[in-house]
Design a protein. Sequence first.
Length: 530
Amino acid sequence: MKSLPRLQPLNPKQPDGTDSVVLAVYAPFGSDAVLSRYPDGQAGIPIQRQVLVKALQRVAREGVHVSALIDLYDDDSYLVEIPALQPKAMRITSVWKQDMTSPRALAGFLRRTHALNPCAAIALALEGHGAGYLPEVDAANLTPEQTTSNGDYEWTFGQDEVRLNPAPGSPALPVFSSVLPVFSSVLPAVDLPLSTSGLAAGLRLSQRQGVPKPAVIHFNNCFNMSVEHLHAVAPHADYATGYCNYNFFSSGETYPAVFRRLRTAGLATREALAQWFADENARPLQLKGNHPTIGGVVRLGRMREIVQCIDVLAAALVTALRPANAADRPAVLAKVQAAVEAAQKYDTVPGFALSVPDQVSDVGDLAAELLKHDFGAVPVHAAATALGNALKGVKRYGDVGSPWMDTAQPWDFSDPSLAMNIFLPDPERKGVWDWRSPFYMASKQPAGSPNREAQPIDFLTGTRWIDFIDEYHRNVNTFALLPALAPKFPVFNRKFDPNNPGGGSGQGKPGGPANPGGSSGSPNPDKPAC
């Protein structure tokens, strides 16, 4: 058999024994008819005729093994396996219905993939929806007693928000802290992807079971070029490619071009493959017009330095916001708030304007905006400069244009300071928070505290980022949560016409909690020797 294209080991001086590449695709489309039936919405298309499956056959023609777990709406979950150079040898097996939000489903799929391709480097593509940080929520805690602190508080449900109020005769809201003593009453009403901690758990479990680290993870979804997400997976993969804002869904049709590049090269670095994922994602969107995106690539070993810089910056901001003379705080707060509000926003609130009150910001642009203000002797500038330097080279491309969903909105991702997003809720300090906020802010609380995840991600427990958000919101005397809505999800609109931009959209969702405990999906054949 002719030699197959392959990847260099992360350290060229330490051969890893691989002789090929396997593209592993994890596609949780089961709760979304639009993604399952892309591009024309036609129901009843057999798995063999799915756009994604056809694209994966073309990948195999380029000399790359393919393994995919595809869960479809109103249908089964399917294991699709294609040997390199043999697209007609594709094998499709129904694995009934998998719980794609379970870390064990991801781990089992990777275990199966490696067992069938034991000498192949793994490139993992995560499809479907994304949202950056996603909490893992224990629904058993969502009782009337927990969500009202035994009746001390009550929730008022309005059209645009859910507001927390003291019940008659109960203590006032704690205006000095954003960490509230009650559970969030707001959760998504739709099935959502793996949580951030669940994704890391699935990768960690697979590696404990003998699966090597993926050479590249391609977050082929929205908002997952995220500090929280990337730091969580950093110990478990070499490189990551992702998108700070929306990434328009194209059902794997860019993948054949990625692996054609690999076949042409014959041998490539892991960094090059990660870059090709971003480049080939951008190409058809840019040619089409009105599909602006921003893509990034990072060697995950860099996340430790990046997060350390965020921690130092957060500590400097906390110091600045606690001046020796308390009367100076309003002036400092005004500077910090100006920088927070001006930093590039990514879409989290209904509507497609990328500005406040959107609650995800670009952390590189935040650092750049802070440099525009004088913080005296407090080393905010030094910390912001260090963070900007640590993020250099992460951004792969950034488009300028208007999205087809609303052509009146300008999206400009050209600023060189842009790099990756971070959750920064309630940027205007109006007391109106994204629904994920109570879970995020509770990460440093003792185990069993309201809203605290069982296994909070290390970024939140090991840095002072939450301390900064808490200090930034000190004395905000209202608290409301934005509902977890299901906004239009931006698919790649083949029918887009600048004079008639209405067609082709689907309904999707920004992301949400996992539901652990599902089956792992597939058998685990004995691992043959390389």
